[in-house]
Design a protein around this ligand. Structure first.
Ligand code: VTB
Length: 322
């Protein structure tokens, strides 16, 4: 295995998320999850074939959504040459948002050397806390079990804010009813979103955004993908498996996975050589979406490189007339 990746693979990966966003953006507000998903996934697979790496998808979404796609767990991606990489891909993070014409969908891909990413198949759900680099040193594993008020007080203290100044990203799900009540009772504000906890995690890990932290249970694939970005940004994420059905609990136990283990993003991605790219599909708090005009289209992307801690914002204009 190559241990040092001289090139910034992230600059190749951003072409993948751009292509996916350009394809998915056409489906904004059209109501078809299948159509949007198919178009974005085809674009991802097509462009990943041009990237020089022997990649393998470490964790796909199939266990949680019960639908297979070319980016399922263990699928090879890339042109098969070059460094051996673990890869996570979400052609559309926020499919429901996108097809309902709401804001916030992004396309993401992350890569790190083979064997470095946590791959807890057949787990589908995990608990997550995400904070930025200022709060990172203070985040302790106890935060996952402590009352939300305790964690919020800690984050407020480090950020030199009042608890009522904080905004917490939480997915709008019945499983979060108690968590939402706790956050409100503590006096903080809740940004309830129907989808998109990868974007939520990136917003929480980026200092100075509209989101101070992310709390709650979301997909494992989204968690591993988010961990790539959070680690590359120097933030901190804590994660722990959180099965949502007796079947998932039994499968996770049968696979010998530890339900009590709390992992940091450094354990979820055990390498600094992380490459991550995200492109906006529809306008959102993290990235502007795709604009189309007369055979041309523009995209806004974010490219992260873990080794150097570089964050690049890339605006691109594409000639899409053919
Ligand atoms: C989240 C969210 C995703 O899945 O991870 C969620 O960020 C978790 O699953 O955008 P449930 O929908 O079953 O709660 C998505 O909503 C869809 O991938």
């Amino acid at each position: 295995m190559e241990t040092h990746l001289e090139r910034n693979l992230g600059l190749e990966l951003v072409r993948v998320t751009e292509a996916s966003a350009l394809a998915a953006g056409r489906w904004m507000g059209l109501g078809s999850r299948e159509g949007a998903g198919r178009a974005a996934t085809e674009a991802v697979i097509r462009t990943l074939r041009t990237v020089s790496m022997a990649g393998v998808i470490v964790v796909g979404e199939e266990t949680r959504i019960g639908v297979h796609s070319p980016v399922d767990t263990n699928q090879p991606v890339g042109n098969g040459q070059g460094p051996e990489m673990d890869v996570v891909v979400d052609p559309i993070d926020g499919t429901t948002l996108l097809v309902q014409g709401r804001s916030g969908a992004i396309s993401v891909v992350g890569a790190a050397p083979r064997g470095s990413m946590w791959a807890p198949a057949p787990a589908a759900y995990m608990e997550k806390i995400v904070v930025d680099r200022d709060v990172a040193p203070a985040l302790v594993p106890e935060c996952l079990d402590a009352p939300a008020a305790w964690t919020l007080a800690l984050v407020a203290r480090i950020k030199k804010k009042e608890v009522r100044d904080l905004v917490v990203f939480v997915l709008d799900r019945p499983r979060h009813r108690h968590l939402i009540e706790e956050i409100r009772a503590a006096g903080a504000r809740v940004a309830l979103r129907t989808d998109g906890d990868i974007a939520g995690a990136i917003l929480a890990a980026l200092p100075g955004t509209s989101i101070d932290l992310l709390l709650g249970i979301g997909g494992v694939a989204e968690g591993v993908t988010a961990a790539c970005a959070v680690r590359a940004l120097g933030g901190c994420m804590l994660g722990r498996l959180a099965p949502q059905s007796p079947e998932e609990r039994a499968a996770v136990a049968a696979a010998g996975l530890d339900l009590d283990r709390i992992l940091t993003c450094k354990e979820i991605v055990r390498s600094d050589e992380i490459f991550f790219a995200a492109t906006g599909i529809a306008d959102g708090p993290l990235l502007d979406g795709v604009r189309y005009q007369s055979g041309r289209a523009s995209t806004h992307s974010l490219v992260l490189r873990g080794e150097t801690g570089t964050l690049r914002r890339i605006y691109a204009e594409h000639n899409i007339s053919d």
